[in-house]
Write a protein that binds this ligand. Structure first.
Ligand code: FAD
Length: 450
C-alpha cells in the first residue's frame, strides 16, 4: 500500500470540498482533494445557488458563469394562487441567487482549489486507518492508496462514507429527503416552486420546481421529505404528472418533456452526525446542513466548508471544538427549528395544505410574502432591518422552540410508500396504491409577473 502524506485530506470535490480545499491551500496547507468521480461531473440538483452562496463565491473571488439570476421566487399553492416571494438584499448577503448547472459550478470551484495548490486525487474512499477510539490516521482508497494527514474534512455528500467509516454517522437520527430532476426545454422568467396537494386538502410531502437554466434548458424536479427512514421514493411518475400540470398551467410549452432523470439523497436540518469529532470535520451534506424547508444545500455547504478550513488553519488541535461552535453559531438558530417545523407539517398534511393555501391567498400573500421569503430561505440572520425581517425573526424564534424537541419526536411519514426509483416509468398515469399523487388547480392569477 502506497502512503501519501498531507496536512489535510478533503474527501469529496463538490462545492463544500472544493471550498474547503481552496481556503486551506490559500492558507498554506498541503491539502489533497479526493473524489471518486472524474471532473467535470454532473450532480442531481436544481442548480440554484442562494444569496449566501453567491456572497461567499464573491468573497472568495471565484467567478462562475451564471446562467441566470434567481431573484424573486414564485410559489404556487394547492389552490393554484401564486405568491411572489421578494428577494431582499441583506447586510451579509446579496439580493439574488444564481442559477448555474452543477457540471459547470463544481468544476469551476474544483479548478479554483487546484489553482490555489490543492492536489487532485481520483479515488473512492473505502476505509479509514483509525486509532481505536482515537484519531483517524489516513483515508484508504479502493485502489489501495493510503492518504495520511493530521486532519480530514469529510465533504463527501449526504451518505458521507467518511462520516460512516469514522463512526460519526447515526442514520436513525438523520432527517432524510430524496429528489429527482431533469432538464427540459423552457424559458422560465423566475424560479417557480409548486406546493401541491396529494389529495384534496392533504399536502404532498415535498414540492416541485421549475428553475431557469442555461441555453433554454430549464431545470424541473420534485423532492420529498422522508423523515428519519431513508428509503427510495418512487418519484418518476410524480415528475411526469408535475410536468403535465406545468404544461396545463402554461409554464411549459405543450410539447416540452423532461430529459434524462437523475436523483439524489438529501440529509437535512443538521441531523445524523455531529459536525466534527477528533480530527474529522464534516462539511456540507456530510454534516446534514440542507435547509429542510426548501432543500438548499449548496450555500450552506460552502459556508460550512470555509468555516472548517478556517478552524483547521487556526490550529488543528482545537479545530473540532472550534468548528462545532462555529456551525452552531451559524446554523443553530435556524436549522433545528426548520427541521422540527418540517416534521410537524409533514405529520399534519391537512394543516399544511390549509397553511399554504392561506399563505398564497390573494388577500394575505402580499402581507406575508416578505416574512415567508426570509424565514423559508434561512435569511433571517443578517437580514436588513425591515418589518418582514422582524416578523421572520419572530417565526424563527417560535420554530426554534419546536426544535428543542427534535429529534426526540421523529415524523411518521408512513403515508409515503417506499419503492424503487424507476427512471423508466412510462409517463403520467394514475398513482399506485399509497403513492403520492398531485392535485392542484390550474387557476392563474395576477401575481404572475408579465
Ligand atoms: C435533485 C436535487 C436537487 C437539489 N437542488 C438544489 C438547489 O437547487 N440548490 C441547492 O442549494 N441545493 C440543492 N440540492 C442540494 C445540493 O445538491 C447539495 O446540498 C450539495 O450538492 C451539497 O454539496 P456537497 O459538496 O456537500 O456534496 P456533493 O455535491 O454531493 O459532493 C460530494 C462529492 O463527494 C464525492 N464522493 C462521494 N463518496 C465518495 C467516496 N467514497 N470517495 C471519494 N469521493 C466521494 C462525490 O463524487 C461528490 O463529488 C439538491 C439536491 C438534489 C438531490
Amino acid at each position: 500500500m502506497t502512503t501519501q502524506r498531507f496536512d489535510v485530506v478533503v474527501a469529496g470535490a463538490g462545492p463544500a470540498g472544493s471550498v474547503a480545499a481552496l481556503v486551506l491551500a490559500r492558507g498554506g496547507a498541503r491539502v489533497a482533494l479526493v473524489d471518486k468521480a472524474a471532473f467535470p461531473r454532473d450532480k442531481a440538483c436544481g442548480d440554484l445557488v442562494g444569496p449566501r452562496g453567491v456572497g461567499l463565491l464573491d468573497e472568495l473571488g471565484v467567478s462562475v458563469p451564471d446562467a441566470g439570476q434567481g431573484a424573486d421566487l414564485l410559489v404556487v399553492g394547492p389552490s393554484g394562487h401564486r405568491s411572489r416571494l421578494p428577494a431582499f438584499r441583506g447586510r451579509t448577503y446579496p439580493g439574488h441567487g444564481v442559477v448555474i448547472p452543477r457540471m459547470i459550478l463544481d468544476d469551476a470551484l474544483r479548478t479554483a482549489a487546484l489553482e490555489a495548490g490543492a492536489e487532485p486525487i481520483r479515488g473512492r474512499v473505502s476505509g479509514v486507518d483509525q486509532v481505536p477510539g482515537g484519531p483517524v490516521r489516513a483515508l484508504i482508497t479502493s485502489d489501495g492508496r493510503r492518504l495520511a494527514a493530521d486532519a480530514f474534512v469529510g465533504a463527501d455528500g449526504a451518505l458521507s462514507p467518511v462520516a460512516r467509516l469514522a463512526g460519526l454517522l447515526d442514520p436513525d437520527t438523520a432527517l432524510w429527503g430524496f429528489a429527482i430532476r431533469a432538464y427540459i426545454p423552457a424559458e422560465v422568467p423566475l424560479p417557480l416552486l409548486v406546493l401541491l396537494d396529494q389529495a384534496p386538502w392533504r399536502i404532498y410531502p415535498g414540492y416541485g420546481w421549475l428553475f431557469p437554466g442555461a441555453a433554454g434548458q430549464a431545470n424541473v424536479g420534485i423532492g420529498v421529505g422522508l423523515g428519519t427512514r431513508r428509503r427510495q421514493a418512487r418519484l418518476r411518475g410524480d415528475l411526469d404528472r408535475f410536468a403535465a400540470l406545468l404544461r396545463t398551467a402554461g409554464d411549459l410549452a405543450p410539447e416540452a418533456r423532461p430529459g434524462p432523470v437523475t436523483g439524489g439523497w438529501l440529509r437535512m436540518g443538521g441531523t445524523g452526525t455531529p459536525p466534527a469529532a477528533g480530527n474529522v470535520l464534516l462539511a456540507g451534506d456530510a454534516a446534514g446542513l440542507i435547509n429542510p424547508l426548501q432543500g438548499e444545500g449548496i450555500g450552506p455547504g460552502m459556508v460550512s466548508a470555509r468555516l472548517a478550513a478556517e478552524c483547521l488553519l487556526a490550529g488543528p488541535g482545537h479545530a473540532a471544538a472550534a468548528y462545532t461552535d462555529a456551525v452552531t453559531a451559524t446554523f443553530g438558530r435556524y436549522l433545528p427549528g426548520a427541521a422540527a417545523l418540517q416534521a410537524t407539517l409533514l405529520r399534519r398534511p391537512r394543516t399544511a395544505s390549509a397553511g399554504v393555501r392561506l399563505l398564497t391567498a390573494p388577500p394575505v400573500r402580499r402581507v406575508l410574502a416578505g416574512t415567508w421569503s426570509l424565514y423559508w430561505n434561512g435569511l433571517v440572520d443578517g437580514a436588513t432591518p425591515r418589518p418582514a425581517a422582524w416578523t421572520a425573526a419572530a417565526v424563527q424564534r417560535v420554530a426554534s422552540r419546536l426544535g428543542r424537541r427534535w429529534p426526540a419526536n421523529p415524523p411518521d411519514l408512513s403515508h409515503l410508500e417506499p419503492g424503487p426509483l424507476d427512471p423508466g416509468h412510462p409517463g403520467p398515469g394514475p398513482p399506485g396504491p399509497g403513492q403520492p399523487d398531485l392535485v392542484t388547480s390550474p387557476a392563474r392569477d395576477d401575481a404572475r409577473p408579465s
